[in-house]
Design a protein around this ligand. Sequence first.
Ligand SMILES: Cc1ncc(COP(=O)(O)O)c(C=O)c1O
Length: 355
Amino acid sequence: MKIENLKRIETGFYNTPIHKLENLSKRYGINMYIKRDDMTGFASGGNKLRKLDYLLQDALDKNCTVLLTYGGAQTNHGRLTAAVAARYNLKCGIIMDGPAPKKATGNLILDKMLGADLFFMDDSGFKNEPKEIQTSKYKELVEKTTQEVVKMYEEKGEKVYLIPIGGSNPVGSAGYVMAVKEIKEQLEAMNLHIDYVFTGFGSVGTYGGLYLGSKYFNTDFKPIGVCVSHKTEADMLEKVDLIKETNEFLELGVDVFSNDMWIEDKYVGIAYNVPDPVTRKYVYMMAREEAIILDACYTGKVFRGMIEMIENGEISKDKNVLFLHTGGLPGIFSQSHEDAMQEELWGEPKNEFKL
Ligand SMILES: Cc1ncc(COP(=O)(O)O)c(C=O)c1O
């Protein structure tokens, strides 16, 4: 269906602001801006609401009563799916990579506060198998768990709407195609030219939407996707296929070539969601220069990528850059990230006063 005819429910506050990062611009001698999709509004905000605008509409059109989705235990997408379900009087189920942690921290606390049902899959039994076997066994476990969870809801008279990990299918990706229109109109109103927009590259609805949207709406800027996890060649092919499928589904009619996508995989750090001191250095820098809080799983990596590419000259200083803040704040308060920061932030001498 033509994207202009695809209905959506605005689950967030739009337009999100664009503003200059004044201190960082001075520090690096380049015009650096930020788009605040961390300010989409509900349950700590983030990029997933733009995808959920379209997914929720589709779920309601199909008379579904449960939004069922997937993710790691700290999924931001799961948290925002739970938020949308709460506001629109639906149920939310999140199937999570498990087993269940002993203590709820970060997003998990918010998921429970928002009333989501959490289902943990114990994949520890095949963690030491070769990668290919792991992948196929994991897929099998996801399918089996989904069938059981759907059956459980259906037995209670519910109708389940399945949302893939990250909300990244052609319906959800429409959110970031249309975000390009929003950005383009904002930049025109600000009389501002942007050369590059930096975003995370995870389940790819965000980057894919921006890539397609920038072609469809004929923008001056090019999106750059910074990987948040190590991706194999097969993963990349799958992601490019999703972008092609989205192009067809939304009848955008643009050319999709993997070799004109700008994707950087050098800034993942140790691995997906593994606390990493280099990424944290950039999280602290953004906080101390601009009072904007990034997270160490997604946005910290993208920011690191952007700064290092400016420093090493891949992005020249006569260019104007826009950093898309995609949210993720609760991840800072997840167990492993909290633990990793204790020594750095709390281990310093403390100033204590007594009367
Ligand atoms: C905070 C944050 N930023 C970026 C991303 C990556 O977006 P996408 O999955 O659309 O590639 C995610 C995905 O979960 C996220 O939670």
